[in-house]
Each structure stands twice: as structure tokens, then as C-alpha cells.
Design a protein around this ligand. Structure first.
Ligand code: SF4
Length: 289
């Protein structure tokens, strides 16, 4: 498969055919994110996309899912997306599910009807980064969004009947704003009502502005215990129902997974046990992004 640079995809898309339709991220300003810092955003040409699809049609006949890379493929115009979806349907008839990253701005650039149209052609799953529900933190990390704007975007995805997976970053408020970050994120997530929440732990990268702040001491990251307290506060305050909650990414200190609200007590008890030293944490050298 001919890709431009490294490809990043959600863990749950590990078995998907990756078709790269854009390069980089159209926003690319978040101070904590090093994913696409070395890439200038561009749309891939028709020839490049067709080359990916032709490769997949020849060698990926058993794979039934497609993930459209890179960072926010949903930012493509509706006309362009409809064209790509029809190419996928024609050349990869075995594909049952299409997923992509969509930031809040890209989602809001589509009407509910347009999202429904994409769903009818196979768009099944949108992965969106909330990072924090706290407006001050969002502004500080240059996310370019507010909590309310994220809720609006999430509502549109839900109304279109598309599965929404949302990521929140434990530690993003630093030590000083840790519990506020947790509470505000829980408040916004509860209104977004996604189908899946993934809580990752921030690991500052030296290549990012936040990494530089961390190195200079201007940003103080909570330690493992602080992150667990923050995670507990987040889980405690989430009120939406029937959502898969996952904190089992390689960056997490304590792998956790459950359905909210059903498993809230179980997850909080597991965190309490870890805080009491009765539950082992992932050794630092095994944590990764
Ligand atoms: S976090 Fe998402 S929106 Fe922000 S720069 Fe990274 S890929 Fe782009």
C-alpha cells in the first residue's frame, strides 16, 4: 500500500484496510499532539486514492472494514466523500463498515442529512477527540473548540445514527486543573452521549509545544496516583448510559474497561484498590502512546 508518511489509526481499526485519503491534519495546532507535526495537510489525489483501493481490491479481499486516514478525513467536501465512498462500494464489495477520524469542525461542516447520506453508503464510525471538556484547557492547548461546540458536533453524529467514539486525555489540565478537567470532561461527555469513550493518559512528547512546557517546568503533569484520582473523578461524574468506557490503552497506568453506568462501581473500586497499592500498575517502561 502506498502511504504518505506514518499512518495512525484507532486500536479498534487494527484489522481494517487503511485507505489514506488526506495527509496530516487540517488543524494541526494542538500543543500536545505530535501525530502530524511533520506533515503539511493536503488532500490525496484521485490517482493516489485509486492506487490504494486497487491494492486493497487485490490483496485485502477478506477484510470487511475500511478506515480512512489521516487525521480528519471528514473535512473533505461532501462531494469528494460521496465519490470516495462509491469507489469503495464498487471495488471493495465485501466491506461492511467504514470508519474515520472527524474533529468537531469537520463534523459541523456536514449537515445531519449529509452525515445520514454517508451512513447509507457505509460510514459506520466516527472517532473524535474531545481531549477536555474544560474551555480554558481547550483554549490553552489550542484545540480550537469549546465544550459546547463539541456537544453540537456529537449531537449531529448521533442524530445521523453513526457510532461515535470520543477520546479524553487524562492529565491534560496538569496538576493544578486536574479535578476541574475531570469534572468538566464528564459534564460534556454526558451531554455528547457517545457510544464509546476512550480515556488515554497524556505522555508529553518532546517534539510538541506542551512537551517543551513540561520540560521547562511550566506544565506539571500529575503522577500515576494523580492520574488515577483524575480518572476516578471522571468516571464518577459521567451520567450518560450504555456507553463503553475504555482506559486500556498502552498509555494507561491501570487497564480498565466497562459499560457505564452499569460498571461504574466496579471501575471505581478497581481504582481505589490501585490507590491502596492492592492492584498493580503497568510498569512505566511498558507505557506507550
Ligand atoms: S489532536 Fe487531532 S485536531 Fe489536534 S492536531 Fe492532533 S490530529 Fe489535529
Amino acid at each position: 500500500m502506498n502511504y504518505d508518511g506514518d499512518i495512525i489509526r484507532p486500536p479498534s481499526e487494527a484489522d481494517s484496510i487503511i485507505i489514506q485519503v488526506t495527509v496530516g491534519c487540517s488543524h494541526n495546532k494542538c500543543t500536545f499532539c505530535g501525530a502530524y507535526k511533520d506533515k503539511s495537510f493536503r488532500l490525496r489525489s484521485e490517482d493516489e486514492i485509486l492506487e490504494n483501493i486497487a491494492f486493497a481490491a487485490k490483496y485485502c479481499k477478506r477484510q470487511k472494514r475500511v478506515f480512512l486516514a489521516d487525521g480528519d478525513a471528514l473535512i473533505l467536501s461532501q462531494k469528494r466523500l460521496l465519490h470516495i465512498f462509491s469507489l469503495l462500494n464498487t471495488h471493495l464489495p465485501q466491506v461492511r463498515r467504514i470508519g474515520l477520524y472527524g474533529n468537531a469542525k469537520a463534523i459541523r461542516s456536514k449537515t445531519t442529512e449529509e452525515l445520514r447520506e454517508l451512513k447509507s453508503l457505509g460510514l459506520d464510525r466516527i472517532y473524535m477527540g474531545l481531549e477536555s471538556g474544560d474551555d480554558e484547557i481547550l483554549q490553552k492547548v489550542k484545540k480550537g473548540e469549546s465544550g459546547d461546540a463539541m456537544i453540537l458536533a456529537a449531537t449531529r453524529v448521533r442524530d445521523a445514527g453513526i457510532f461515535l467514539s470520543v477520546t479524553v486525555l487524562i492529565g491534560l489540565g496538569g496538576i493544578n486543573n486536574s479535578l476541574r478537567h475531570a469534572k468538566e470532561s464528564a459534564r460534556v461527555l454526558s451531554q455528547m452521549q457517545p457510544r464509546q469513550i476512550a480515556a488515554l493518559c497524556l505522555m508529553p512528547l518532546s517534539s510538541t509545544p506542551l512537551g517543551a512546557e513540561y520540560k521547562s517546568g511550566d506544565f506539571q503533569l500529575p503522577d500515576a496516583k494523580g492520574m488515577l484520582l483524575e480518572l476516578r473523578e471522571l468516571i464518577r461524574n459521567i451520567t450518560c448510559r450504555r456507553v463503553m468506557f475504555m482506559a486500556n490503552h498502552a498509555s494507561n497506568h491501570l487497564p480498565l474497561q466497562g459499560i457505564l453506568l452499569r460498571d461504574k462501581t466496579m471501575m471505581i473500586e478497581k481504582i481505589n484498590a490501585a490507590l491502596e497499592g492492592e492492584q498493580p500498575l503497568v510498569p512505566e517502561q511498558f507505557r506507550a502512546l
